[in-house]
Write a protein that binds this ligand. Structure first.
Ligand SMILES: [Fe+2]
Ligand SMILES: [Fe+2]
Length: 300
């Protein structure tokens, strides 16, 4: 299927995008990060320079929050991915603007918590945030079906990762912040998975290719972040986000939600893609087990 045909399919579901945006607005619980940040713990970094001994949450929790913050800091690139590759019509634009505004709050919320609670080296954090955005993040997706498959998976992945990061902090303020952000990500997931569903209902053949490309070799956007490999390894070992979690809490639910295994009457090429998609979870588990063995992790 040619790229412009996929583009036409996305244009055809514009009424669904408008409806889903309205449903999202009605469903989302509004919250303010400034109600959660523990401002009373804040002190001047000029008068009292930062020192690691001031941290109140574990190193794993700090790494997880910083990694999740840097992921959120990539927002300009996510925005332009959607802006450049989707129809420039009112429904898509309205959604992209609303979604961008909501995502923008996430980085500000996590950063405010980290700085106020002194759970990060403020100089290092700003240097890393600058480096992340200066390096830039170039997603390899330009086909609209891949973009929606990727955003659906990515939203669910960040939901899980934010929620788990909050849990390991043992700090009620951080827990509350990450719980609220995770709830937003869940609403974003519901939007994107429903857009995919609308496309699946119209043309499963077209959409299956996008889903396969997204799930096969899925990576959290992070290559542009300083020390990404070391940080993601720490987050994996801490049980915030790793391959097993990716399999159990992201890939399996996504495949179930889209009922990929139950699609019938597909043309041979699409049936082949369906088979390839359904083989992905086992491949991820194989990698998960190899990783856990290497790390000496046990889930028995
Ligand atoms: Fe976010
Ligand atoms: Fe999101």
């Amino acid at each position: 299927m040619a790229l412009n045909e996929n583009y036409e399919l996305v244009e055809a579901i514009e009424p669904d995008v408008a409806r889903l945006t309205e449903e999202h607005k009605a469903r989302r619980t509004h919250w303010y990060f400034h109600d959660i940040v523990p401002w009373e713990r804040g002190e001047s970094f000029r008068d009292k320079p930062w020192d690691v001994s001031q941290c109140t949450i574990s190193e794993n929790a700090r790494t997880s929050l910083v990694l999740n913050l840097l992921t959120e800091d990539n927002l300009p690139y996510y925005h332009s991915l959607i802006e450049q590759n989707l129809p420039k019509t009112s429904a898509f634009t309205a959604w992209n603007h609303l979604w961008t505004a909501e995502e923008g709050q996430h980085a500000i919320g996590i950063r405010s918590y980290l700085l106020t609670s002194r759970n990060c080296d403020p100089d290092e954090l700003e240097d890393d945030r600058m480096a992340t955005v200066i390096n830039g993040y170039e997603p390899t997706y330009d086909d609209p079906t891949e973009i929606f498959a990727y955003t659906a998976v990515q939203e669910l992945a960040t939901r899980v990762s934010h929620r788990n990061a909050g849990k390991i902090t043992d700090d009620p303020a951080a827990y509350e912040m990450m719980k609220n952000i995770a709830a937003d990500e869940n609403h974003h997931y519901i939007f994107y998975k429903s857009v995919m569903q609308a496309m699946l209902d119209q043309s499963p053949e077209t959409v299956l290719a996008g889903i396969f490309k997204t799930l096969d070799g899925f990576q959290m956007p992070g290559v542009a972040m300083p020390r990404f490999v070391r940080r993601s390894l720490e987050v994996a070992k801490a049980g915030v986000y790793n391959l097993r979690i990716h399999h159990d809490k992201v890939v399996m639910p996504v495949l179930r939600d889209w009922r990929i295994a139950n699609l019938t009457g597909l043309k041979p090429a699409a049936a082949e893609l369906q088979e390839k998609i359904m083989a992905v979870p086992a491949q991820i588990m194989e990698k998960a087990e190899r990783f856990e063995k290497r790390m000496g992790m046990s889930y028995a």
